[in-house]
Write a protein that binds this ligand. Structure first.
Ligand code: AMP
Length: 215
């Protein structure tokens, strides 16, 4: 199955993706995670991406498309994948269409996740992530049992550089300006499945899987 999770920052794409990976046995492809890993390793691409990420702007399309082209060559994508945070522009969506066309694949659905802005801001500003395993916590909604420590692997929790108030506001603005046109793009392809993601992620994932089974 080839699936896109579309929605603003903080809507829960990453959290839902991890749960869908467990259910469908296909990998999550998060361009944000790939870029953060490149920064951590100090690669040229990571260094270039850093200034965009820290101000909440989008990394240029050619860099992102290159990342996806490489990632889709891996063996674990042979039965499908869940895109989380990609595509984010119409140009990226067109590039993905081309990649799929060339390899004879077809996109199954675009899950459009929505939640009100005030909730998104609270989720993002309260988010804490594990340095080791990328697990997500939230100081308002889902604290770890021991402050600052990951329940799953014991790793140290941190706040992402771009989860500060000014950058969060810019990321939402960038989403509405540059990413929301994808709604129209995929509506024309009849791929959009709208899902309310205001509540707890287990309920959102159940709604996604029910909608996919109904398709
Ligand atoms: P995320 O982890 O998905 O919230 O992404 C964090 C940051 O990485 C974004 O604010 C962008 O700067 C960059 N980024 C991630 N995915 C993309 C993409 N598909 N296109 C452009 N920039 C991206």
């Amino acid at each position: 199955m080839h699936l896109i999770l579309l929605g603003p920052p903080g809507v829960g794409k990453g959290t839902c993706a991890v749960k869908l990976v467990a259910k469908y046995g296909i990998p999550q492809i998060s361009t944000g995670d790939i870029l953060r890993a490149a920064r951590k390793e100090g690669t040229e691409m990571g260094k270039k991406a850093a200034e965009y990420m820290d101000s909440g702007r989008l990394v240029p399309d050619d860099v992102i498309v290159g990342i996806i082209e490489e990632r889709l060559k891996a063996d674990d994508c042979k039965n499908g994948e869940i895109f989380d945070g990609f595509p984010r522009t119409v140009e990226q969506a067109k590039a993905l269409d081309e990649m799929f066309k060339k390899s004879g694949k077809e996109l199954d659905a675009v899950i459009k996740l929505t939640a009100p802005d005030d909730l998104l801001i609270k989720r993002l500003s309260g988010r804490r992530m594990c340095k080791e395993c990328n697990a997500n916590y939230n100081i308002y909604f889902g604290k770890p049992s021991k402050e600052g420590i990951c329940d799953k692997c014991g790793g140290e929790l941190y706040q992402r550089d771009d989860d500060n108030e000014a950058t969060i506001k810019n990321r939402l603005k960038v989403f509405y300006e540059q990413t929301s046109p994808l709604d129209e793009y995929y509506k024309k392809q009849n791929k959009i499945i709208p899902i309310d993601a205001s509540n707890e992620s287990d309920g959102t994932v159940a709604a996604i899987t029910a909608a996919l089974e109904d398709k």
